[in-house]
Write a protein that binds this ligand. Sequence first.
Ligand SMILES: [Zn+2]
Length: 384
Amino acid sequence: MRSYPKVQRCKSAFVLMKIVLYLLFSLGAACSVKAQNFGLRILTVSDSSQITSEMQLFDSLFYQCIQDYGKKDISSLFTANASNVSKTHPITVLNFITGIDVPLNYVFPFKLVKSISVNDSISIIQLDMGWMQLALPLNRNQKKLMRFESLNNFGLRKFEYKNLVIYSTEEVKRRDAVKAYSRIVVASKEIGVNLKKFNAKTYTMYSANSIAEAYAYVGGLQNASFFYPGSRYGGMGDPYNNVILSGISTPIHVHELLHFVIDFPCNLFINEGLASYYGGISSGNYETNIKSVLGIVAENDIHTFQGLYNLQISNASFNSVRGLYVLSAYLLNRVKKDFGLKEYQLFIRICKTDQEMINSLKALYKLNSEQAVFNYFFQISESG
Ligand SMILES: [Zn+2]
């Protein structure tokens, strides 16, 4: 496992995925697999009657796809795609998995659930990876795989504004897009980022009322187990295809777009803090939950940043309000107020690692330890 993803943006999803991978490795040994492969290369099936010529074709294509995924150009395995689709990372649903250096087929057994015929030439193959289900279309005539999104199975409507394409079952209002973009402009000015790079790329957003629904729009069929039960709302970004999955009450997910705006490397804490401070958390802002989040920190006797990361994994209520993001946004607001915009912009660029962030805060506030820094910001005062 890598300790850090290659791409700096949109770490929220990446971090969640790593948690899943730990779970998978620990569960893997305990689960006995009833299905067999009957000579198929990558799929397992419940009985040999499922091995049709179509399934053999899919199995060999999918095997090649998963073998080379993220390493080689596999676009030739797919029917013609939009120009902004990555040639090495074409399947959005798989791009939320990272932190592993082994081929995906080694980690996940792909169990065949069923095959649904869409029309004369296309079938959708549904696969169970144990903790999520993936749907992938097969074009029998062209003998190629297809991206699930290209079928628009959910009848989504397309809305375009500037460099953003939104797919949603509901109508997106232009004024909401205008508002979202003005928030991005304000944020970029305060963060000190030129929007040229951001504006040069096209972003695709799948917008739904919950994150699980948005996930389904790109072929993720089950409420995957990396969503905490309390995390009905939220968003994820696929940095390879510039796709955002959004499941919040507002149609345009500013928080996730801001992850694409932040073009300098910074640690997870600051990255999520910036996206949350300017883009909100789900549909609210960080101030809504700051009191209860500080309460959870006190209750659990946390005095280090690593302690917060652990809490984000172990504590469901802390996780469901994105406690880590709330605290980071709160801290950023204080640094900005205490030292002004110039110093604040320098600070966020120093924080490439947790240690650099801690050292910088120690120097700014003249404190001598991480614990002192932590308590200075996150300890509830006697009056609270
Ligand atoms: Zn985020």
